[in-house]
Design a protein around this ligand. Sequence first.
Ligand code: SF4
Ligand code: SF4
Length: 130
Amino acid sequence: MQNIVQKDGFSFAFNPLACSSCQGRCCTGESGYIYVNKSEIEKIAELLHMQVNEFTKQYLFKKGYKYSIKEIIFNDSHECIFYNRDSNGCKIYDARPLQCKTFPFWDYYKTRVDELSLECPGVITGKRDV
Ligand code: SF4
Ligand code: SF4
């Protein structure tokens, strides 16, 4: 089957086609942290034609020694401020942080596949024949 993504070390696979109908569950829902490093901050600021300082003040908050992207609350859902509900997409897609690019293949989920399956309908578990 085409389009199915697999990664070494992970017991599950992922079907990106699921994203078109899932309404951004990985960008919405429970509150979380969307970490961005210095180069990612610069890249997103550039995409938005903003100065880094201005971008940081408007869109980020400090969590320990790191920066995370702010959320907004919509109908009890904590949504990344860059989630576009109208288009079901990411407003900074071309500069989205690595954390977003690598989802759902996070080390955290290697031992929490059940938890991941509840969040991401694109996850394929069990015997794979792809
Ligand atoms: S939760 Fe999964 S299926 Fe939904 S948008 Fe995110 S990666 Fe795609
Ligand atoms: S930056 Fe984009 S992909 Fe990442 S959580 Fe926000 S809306 Fe989703």
